[in-house]
Write a protein that binds this ligand. Structure first.
Ligand code: ATP
Ligand code: MG
Length: 269
């Protein structure tokens, strides 16, 4: 009689593997409606710890709605939404309190005896160590957004949510912010969900680019190009595919009905 096969039991290894692949964000068949308007319609989404994901989609497609749910600003009701406890959001406008100095804006909501040094360290990281005691009203647009980034990062979020954070900045400042965000992401390693209308920005920064359409993820591109990314042939191919998913045939600049794609990759929908 054959000897019984030993049972493979390696629970500790299995647990480690399971933990390693446990996503930072998970939504399954998620629905969000406003009255009769179903904005998110059975959406599945998973983001790995430390993964940088960009989200594209037409205006009104539900990007901010999704982001607000992930931020905990909107209740998911009884639906299953997995996120890290520590989350932070940066919006298009910095939303600083004008009556609090820059460092106090960054320290908002923090407690403990080391609040000032923590705020100071975060502001130094974004290059604003010299503006700690400035009033928000005296900051440039780029400085205000860097302050908002410092305020987000001082909380060491497991999930950093960025809703068009660079949209109001000039092109040069925007490029500097891209470098800064990548540096901070490497340093702190949060999962990131960046909402943007700028296809080039999405490809330049993200590990994965998603397109939201009709309430679901309609397309996905995994970007394996080495950073820093230059607009070489592979970049352009990804760009063409994403523009196609967004309903824009090709760049450079062409107008088609109300869709306009600029050579920069920015799409107005
Ligand atoms: N609080 C609300 N009450 C009712 N409808 C809402 C509310 N918030 C969002 N909506 C609707 O949900 C839809 C998606 O809005 P959302 O702001 O998520 O779009 P978006 O993709 O972020 O657009 P944009 O690119 O213009 O920022 C829109 O039709 C909007 O009018
Ligand atoms: Mg929005």
């Amino acid at each position: 009689m054959a000897a019984p096969q030993p049972r493979l039991r390696r629970p500790s290894v299995t647990r480690q593997v399971e933990q390693a692949v446990e996503p930072a964000v998970r939504l399954s068949k998620f629905v969000r409606r406003f009255g009769d308007n179903i904005v998110i319609d059975g959406l599945d989404l998973s983001i790995a710890p430390g993964e940088f994901v960009a989200l594209l989609g037409a205006s009104g497609s539900g990007k901010t709605t999704l982001l607000r749910t992930l931020a905990g600003l909107d209740s998911p009701g009884d639906q299953d939404v997995t996120t890290p406890d520590a989350r932070a959001v940066v919006f298009q406008d910095a939303r600083l309190l004008p009556w609090k100095k820059v460092w106090r804006n960054v320290a908002l909501g923090l407690s403990g005896g080391d609040v000032r040094p923590r705020a100071e360290a975060a502001l130094k990281e974004v290059g604003l160590g010299h503006r700690l005691d400035a009033w928000p009203g005296t900051l440039s647009g780029g400085e205000a957004q860097r302050t908002a980034l410092a305020r987000a990062l001082v909380r060491e979020p497991g999930l950093l949510l960025l809703d068009e954070p660079f949209a109001a900045l000039d092109a040069l400042t925007r490029l500097k912010m891209h470098d800064l965000v990548l540096t901070l992401w490497r340093e702190h390693a949060p999962a990131v969900l960046l909402v943007t209308h700028d296809v080039d920005e999405a490809i330049a920064l993200a590990d994965r680019v998603l397109v939201l359409d009709k309430g679901r993820i309609a397309a996905e591109e995994r970007i394996t190009l080495e950073r820093p990314r230059t607009p070489d042939a592979r970049f352009q191919a990804i760009r063409r595919r994403l523009l196609g998913h967004l309903g824009v045939e090709s760049a450079p600049a062409q107008a088609e009905g109300h869709l306009v794609a600029f050579p920069t990759g920015e799409v107005v929908l």
